[in-house]
Design a protein around this ligand. Structure first.
Ligand SMILES: Cc1cc2nc3c(=O)[nH]c(=O)nc-3n(C[C@H](O)[C@H](O)[C@H](O)COP(=O)(O)OP(=O)(O)OC[C@H]3O[C@@H](n4cnc5c(N)ncnc54)[C@H](O)[C@@H]3O)c2cc1C
Length: 482
């Protein structure tokens, strides 16, 4: 590989200052929110789809891997360039291109921050519903590639339910529009195939997203319980009563303590868990729903229920949840966030077993998660600097995923597979299942230069690629995934 020639060619497309090759710059793009790192050879920051297409053609001509990157908030190592190559960053492609209110659709560029879309249409009484807790930082391109969820996806549905069309650049540089403003386009559901494909099928360069009318009214409650079990049972009972809250989130005692230390929200220091519950919709009837939820929480011995009376109070109730993961930094230098799913009814049982596993491995776990979806987010707290500790953390993380699968659940609720979950795919899928996925990938992106070694286990070939990065000394810290 002649780096000078490739740098020159890339600079001709985007301009010299948007091609990064200095090791200090590359390091900034070597990580995401997981504990893995690897350096790209080049980072390119395009401004248009045409530039993306030309970058892809150059990378392909040189046989280089291409890794799209949004904001790097992913938890599964999806944006880690394990095979080096060209990273395409979308920080300059963040425009809202069109807002079509009569059709309730917006067309945006992939680097747009999730929350910025809702902010752009709030004045017209609309919002973009999928709201990862990282929504102030993550990009819509990353959300589509990961099929992200979020607190309000319980009632509103995940990203896949809100995307009508995509402009994509294929591995040979072809620019393609798939889907469109009509809800049910004939032909294969290519939009469906691209959503959640983690950059392995193509580069997303425009997104046609649904806009949802803002609800007329919202009620937000915070219920505090003595135990996780009481809170978990209340979750099941609320849904069983026929109430589908817009959001139903849980936090355990460890997380509450970290949040309280950071934000002073008045969480009692001896409580076991809290539920953050929100219902929204037409004003008429919302108080009845709130009363049902109140009664159920009391039935499961909630010791205190707070209701937001103003927008400020609502924001304060949400503040703890939205910033909980950051607050964990007060408890340990590192955390390893797992993302399993269990049927809601199994929450009390699985959380108790998870607790037993934490004790067995001698590592604390802080839970903050989308309880209404049964989507667990145990954060294993540890210190990467302690020799051998990360290997134990990974083992515990794996056991938690097995627990979820044994309970009838799955290995990822919303964060995706990336490199983190590759080894667990066979827990869910047979070799025949995985082969069908490989065939689909080979049909859409046959040369495998698009985000290689992600999502589908490819055996020794990718193992070698990733070990090559390690041998070159460019992967650091938590790289035991090879
Ligand atoms: C504090 C915190 C809270 C979080 N809460 C949630 C949550 O509630 N729900 C949830 O689902 N996730 C959550 N996440 C995880 C993360 O924010 C999401 O997975 C998000 O969608 C990643 O977006 P990103 O822009 O950071 O993408 P990145 O991390 O940069 O990339 C993610 C994947 O998308 C691919 N990709 C990025 N852009 C493109 C593109 N234009 N074309 C093709 N592929 C692309 C990348 O290659 C990679 O595989 C959270 C993360 C943090 C740090």
């Amino acid at each position: 590989m002649d780096k000078t020639i490739i740098t020159r060619d890339l600079a001709q497309i985007v301009g010299g200052k948007f091609v990064l090759t200095h090791p200090d710059d590359l390091r900034v793009y070597s990580y995401d929110a997981s504990n893995n790192t690897a350096l790209p050879d080049f980072v390119v920051l395009p401004e248009t789809t045409d530039q993306v297409s030309r970058i892809v053609k150059i990378a392909r001509a040189h046989g280089l891997a291409i890794v799209p990157r949004g904001a790097g908030t992913g938890f599964c190592g999806g944006a880690i360039p394990v095979a080096g190559g060209v990273m395409i960053g979308f920080a300059r492609m963040k425009k809202v291109i069109e807002v079509d209110l009569p059709n309730r659709v917006a067309i945006v560029e992939p680097g747009l921050i999730n929350l910025d879309l809702s902010n752009a249409v709030a004045g017209d009484g609309y919002f973009y519903a999928p709201d990862p807790s990282s929504q102030a930082a993550c990009t819509i391109g990353g959300n589509v590639a990961s099929n992200s969820g979020g607190p309000h996806c319980l009632a509103y549905g995940v990203t896949a339910n809100h995307i009508l069309g995509l402009e994509v650049v294929l591995e040979d540089g072809t620019i393609l529009w798939i889907g469109g403003k009509s809800p049910d386009e004939p032909g294969y559901d290519l939009v469906g195939a691209f959503i959640g494909s983690e950059g392995t099928f193509g580069i997303i360069t425009k997104i046609m997203a649904r806009l949802v009318p803002s609800p007329e009214a919202v009620r937000t409650l915070l219920a505090i319980f003595n135990t996780v079990e009481q809170a978990s049972r209340a979750v099941g009972a609320i849904i069983a009563a026929g109430v589908i809250p817009a959001a139903l989130e849980m936090m355990d005692a460890t997380t509450m303590q970290a949040v309280e230390a950071a934000y002073h929200l008045g969480y009692p220091d001896d409580a076991g868990a809290l539920l953050l519950i929100e219902v929204d919709g037409p004003r008429e009837g919302l108080d009845d729903l709130t009363n049902i939820i109140n009664d159920i929480c009391r039935e499961f011995d909630a010791r205190e229920i707070r209701a937001a009376r103003t927008a400020e109070e609502r924001a304060r109730l949400w503040m703890g949840r939205k910033n909980a993961i950051g607050a964990l930094g007060r408890l340990a230098p590192n955390y390893y966030l797992q993302d399993g799913v269990v049927p809601r009814s199994k929450l009390p049982e699985v959380l108790a077993k998870q607790d037993a596993l934490a004790k067995k491995y001698g590592l604390p776990i802080a839970n903050v998660f989308h309880a209404g979806d049964g989507n667990l987010h145990p954060n294993i707290l540890f210190d990467m600097k302690k020799p051998g500790e990360y290997a134990i953390v990974r083992k515990l993380g794996g056991e938690i995923l097995k627990l979820c699968v044994d309970a009838g659940g799955t290995i990822s609720g919303e964060h995706g597979i990336g490199i983190e979950k590759l080894e667990y795919m066979p827990l869910l899928f047979s070799e025949a299942d995985l082969n069908e996925m490989r065939k689909l990938r080979a049909a859409i992106a046959p040369s495998q230069i698009l985000n290689p070694c992600k999502m589908i286990p490819e055996g020794s070939r990718c193992g070698e690629v990733m070990r090559g990065q390690l041998a070159a000394g460019v992967a650091a810290s938590g790289d035991v995934w090879v």
